[in-house]
Design a protein around this ligand. Structure first.
Ligand SMILES: *Cc1c(COP(=O)(O)O)cnc(C)c1O
Length: 431
């Protein structure tokens, strides 16, 4: 058994060859909402959540969705409805989470660059835990908590010096990465924690990277964390929370990427932390939402270049940055199946004026014409949340599907929305 939720649970072919996603005909949807549009299946998100919750049964565990993967309010509401909390890396993400109904008591705050203002706002809002990444941040937290006369709950983010065997730009658990502190440094924090009157340092945190497809890096990292936890307990420092981060990989390339199951992943956690009875926190982002999303886009034109055929889409790197940022593979298929069509090789590109605005090189696809509706798959994570308006392209619409129905959860940006806040240089001042 590999991935019990396959890549394609919610995309089915209909009799006329049109693809449905969560019971919605994608051709009809594209006519209604236009392209490019980010489309999410509520059913697929719920399935992922319940699969992970089932794997965690019997543990005192809490899932905190990494908001940066998909910060749309409607998606955060789905999380909240299923009892999932939030892992945030900015106050903007905290505000989104709270607005979606996620209580502060189910929010954890991670990140190397929390500013003093952000720490103060999060403490005031009552977020449950700070994942602290440097000694300077530890001291800032103490200072802010003291000023507010509150006790801040803190976990130290351990950098376990483990290679997550993923793309270098999403690897975070090697000693050369900016994240976390060494176990040696963390040991000193606990030894001196009595000096921090307003910080309760009683948690460990680790997050080694993203799009991890093998259990081995998790085993290594968790063994190091577990060893440290046992040492701390023996030294008289109670450990009440262990946050094992996120990073679970998904299937971007059908037939090639083989994600682990939730059960296999949780079994590694159970084995590494045997005998631990405190709270367990998990911060998956990508795994909960990536395969629940697709980017609907139309072919603007087919360009026959000197050496290559280009399929020019109405979606671009500003809508989905992963291919240009990480050379990431996304499966791209026509919405209309039509198995009789001959296959051609295309470079699939967007209209942005950058060579990097390329979704795929030398990709085999059924022959396409202008107007063809395509879907770029598994774009539910790090898609819309990374989007920009580069080349003055308005942000795409975001649409949530749920068993045959759809709701627009972010309207397509208008030109007026896009330039809101900009103004001519008029009221000159001196600082
Ligand atoms: C980004 C991030 C996550 C989520 O990572 P995924 O690969 O999307 O699961 C979890 N924890 C922290 C601290 C992060 O920075």
């Amino acid at each position: 058994m590999n991935n019990s939720i396959t890549c394609r649970t919610t995309a089915e072919n209909t009799v006329d060859g049109n693809q449905r996603f969560d019971g919605v005909d994608l051709n009809a949807l594209a006519r209604d909402v236009g392209t490019p549009s980010h489309v999410y299946s509520a059913t697929a998100v719920r399935q992922r959540i319940s699969e992970l919750q089932a794997a965690l049964r019997g543990l005192d565990a809490e899932i905190c969705f990494a908001v940066k993967a998909n910060s749309n309010l409607a998606v955060l509401q789905l999380m909240n409805e299923a009892g999932v909390g939030a892992d945030i890396v900015s106050i903007g993400e905290m505000q989104r989470s709270l607005k979606a109904g996620i209580p502060a008591t189910r929010i954890v705050f991670s990140g190397v660059g929390k500013s003093e203002d952000e720490i103060a706002a999060a403490l005031l809002a009552g977020v449950s835990r700070f994942n602290v990444e440097s000694h300077d941040e530890f001291q800032t937290l103490q200072r802010v908590a003291c000023a507010q006369q509150r006790i801040a709950n803190a976990a130290v983010r351990i950098n376990p010096d483990v290679d997550a065997q993923t793309h270098a730009k999403i690897s975070t658990g090697k000693s050369e990465n900016k994240f976390g502190v060494s176990i040696d440094e963390a040991r000193r924090w606990f030894a001196g924690s009595a000096r921090h009157s307003h910080v309760r340092l009683d948690g460990l945190h680790v997050h080694i990277g993203s799009q991890i497809l093998s259990l081995e890096p998790y085993r290594l990292a968790l063994d190091r964390v577990a060893g440290f936890w046992r040492e701390l307990v023996q030294a008289g420092h109670p450990v009440n929370s262990i946050d094992v981060g996120g990073g679970l990989g998904v299937c971007y390339h059908a037939g090639t990427d083989r994600p682990m199951t939730a059960t296999d992943y949780v079994d590694v956690i159970r084995a590494a932390l045997a005998g631990y009875h405190g709270k367990l926190l998990l911060e998956p982002g990508r795994w909960l939402v990536a395969e629940a999303g697709l980017l609907l886009t139309r072919v603007i034109r087919v360009k026959h270049g000197a050496s290559r055929n280009f399929l020019v889409l109405d979606a671009a790197m500003n809508d989905l940055a992963r291919p240009s940022l990480y050379d990431a593979w996304h499966d791209i298929v026509p919405v209309h199946g039509d198995p009789g069509r001959p296959v051609t090789t295309y470079d699939i590109v967007g209209p942005v004026c950058e060579t990097g605005d390329t979704f795929a090189r030398a990709r085999e696809l059924p022959e396409c014409a202008a107007g063809e509706l395509l879907m770029i798959r598994a774009t539910g994570a790090y898609g819309a949340s990374m989007a920009s308006t580069y080349n003055s392209r308005p942000l795409a619409a975001e649409v949530l599907l749920d068993r045959g129905r759809y709701a627009i959860v972010r309207r397509r940006q208008t030109f007026e929305d896009m330039i809101a806040g900009e103004q001519p240089a008029q009221n000159w001042q001196t600082p």
